[in-house]
Design a protein around this ligand. Structure first.
Ligand code: PLP
Length: 485
């Protein structure tokens, strides 16, 4: 990393300079530096933010053909994380994952992919017409969680399917669990195929001493990071890193044009420039501060009788995963309770565990509120707790359907096929035309094109009973499901 260069903020500077020139502005957007904006919106956001909400005006470059300040800001991000090049994304890691897949796959190509990937990978498979070959993460003993994908699993799968064109992993997972990316990248490179890593939850890892290695450092070819999730930029802003000889740069640019707006938000891009600058200047100190806070939270939560805290060497230290399952209290119930009684808002909860994201923006007071709230909630909820459900609709999918998914046709074929809606009870043996995705975490349990097994029908009936929040099916009540005719 070049420290002197990293202290620059080319895009932010250009935006400030443009607004400071007080131009008579006849371009899009209409609000004219906030002068024409609705007052109630201005009362929420202030007018300042609108001075940066511009378009490809003079000196402001063009994301889709960057040669000026955006290219400079992207180059600084590449320099910081150590990749060859980096693309700013304004459609989140969702657009980044889709573009990664579009850049390496063609219709009918096979890709070896972990089953616990985010729904954006399913969207990428529909767009490309590629066929997934599933590999399953290890289980985490004592937890209903997907663990890492092991090197053995990848090696065995690649031996069985030597025609796979790429390998795709999510690392860290939503629950903060990382896979051995360095070893997996080496396996891929021996076979001359690229490793794609969805590191949506891990842009901060690069700055931490006591954390699993980040995917760019570990040698993955394409890496997507939601800088907005854990790196301080604004929601929907992400990064796509590119490195090594296997990545086709032109194809990546063309693929990004398919998945991103032609009117990218300069506010989001400026936030990427700013977050990169903050991490370059203070990333080590800030993550250290967050790590101390997370350790304090971890220790305090573990001292609450009945609470277990996940502690694995492959875990992100800033992702606090805990469970009151031994007391018969689900993660969801606990999470709901924390918010309703103490306004403590957690990132994620399922039938078993709950997860808090700790950042340098959190305070010791936040953590004390969390711990005190958990302590009280546990005392009160345990009185009326039901026995803990062994398998529930709200656990993540891969752990439940280990090795049982059977694709009859590709997701894209199913997406375009003639379909009909049938009562859920009658779906056994049919081929799904749509996905079922408990949300969060957004991991599909059923892919379009998969044969619906009796276990899947039973599981979906449990989902229906528990009124799990879903993405995917057109009938969200799951009375009916669309299947191929
Ligand atoms: C593992 C994973 N990958 C990708 C995404 C999509 O990221 P974004 O929200 O930046 O589009 C998410 C979103 O939660 C995610 O959890």
């Amino acid at each position: 990393m070049n420290e002197a260069k990293q202290n620059k903020t080319p895009l932010i500077d250009a935006l400030r300079q443009f607004a400071a020139g007080n131009p008579a502005y006849f371009r899009i957007p209409a609000h004219r530096f906030g002068k024409g904006v609705d007052e109630t919106l201005a009362a929420l956001l202030g007018k300042q933010v609108f001075t940066a909400d511009l378009t490809e005006a003079e000196g402001l470059d063009d994301l889709h053909a960057a040669t000026g300040v955006i290219a400079e800001a992207e180059a600084l991000a590449a320099d910081l994380w150590g990749s060859d090049s980096c693309h700013f994304l304004v459609n989140g890691s969702t657009g980044g994952n889709e573009a990664m897949l579009l850049s390496v796959l063609r219709p009918q190509d096979k890709i070896l992919t972990a089953r616990n990937v985010h729904k954006s990978v399913l969207m990428g498979l529909i767009l490309t017409g590629a066929v997934p070959v599933w590999m399953y993460p290890d289980e985490v003993p004592g937890w209903q969680l997907d663990g890492p994908v092991s090197v053995d699993t990848v090696e065995r799968s690649l031996d069985e399917h030597p025609d796979c064109k790429a390998v795709m992993l999510v690392s860290p997972t939503y629950f903060g669990i990382c896979s051995p990316v360095r070893e997996i990248a080496a396996l891929c490179h021996e076979r001359n195929i690229p490793l794609l890593v969805d590191e949506a939850h891990g842009p901060h890892l690069h700055f931490m001493k006591n954390a699993p290695e980040d995917a760019v450092s570990a040698g993955a070819d394409l890496v997507v990071q939601s800088l907005h999730k854990t790196g301080g930029s604004m929601t929907q802003s992400s990064l796509l890193h590119v490195q090594g000889p296997l990545a086709d740069r032109d194809r990546i640019r063309e693929s990004l044009a398919l998945t991103m707006s032609t009117s990218p938000s300069y506010v989001l891009m400026a936030s990427l420039d700013g977050a990169r600058h903050q991490l370059a200047m203070h990333g080590r100190g800030l993550t250290e501060q967050a790590e101390k806070l997370a350790l304090y939270a971890r220790t305090a939560l573990a001292s609450v009788p009945g609470i277990e805290v996940l502690d694995l060497p492959c875990s992100d230290p800033l992702r606090l995963v805990f469970s009151a399952g031994k007391l018969g209290i689900s993660g969801e119930e606990l999470s709901r309770r924390l918010y309703e009684t103490d306004f403590v808002s957690l990132e994620l909860a399922d039938a078993c565990q709950a997860a808090a994201v700790i950042t340098w923006g959190n305070t010791r007071e936040d953590v004390e509120r969390l711990v005190n709230s958990v302590r009280t909630a546990v005392q009160e909820l345990r009185q009326k707790a039901e026995p803990f459900p062994k398998v529930s609709a709200k656990t993540t999918g891969a752990a439940l359907f280990r090795e049982t998914a059977e694709a009859a046709v590709s997701p894209r074929t199913a997406w375009y096929a003639a379909a009909e809606s049938v009562p859920l009870e009658k779906t056994g043996g049919r081929i799904a035309a749509e996905s079922v995705i408990p949300y969060p975490p957004g991991i599909p349990v059923l892919y379009p094109g998969e044969k619906i097994t009796p276990e899947m029908t039973e599981y979906l009936m449990a989902v229906r009973m528990e009124k799990t929040a879903l993405h995917g099916p057109s009938d969200r009540s799951l009375t009916c499901l669309r299947v191929l005719k």
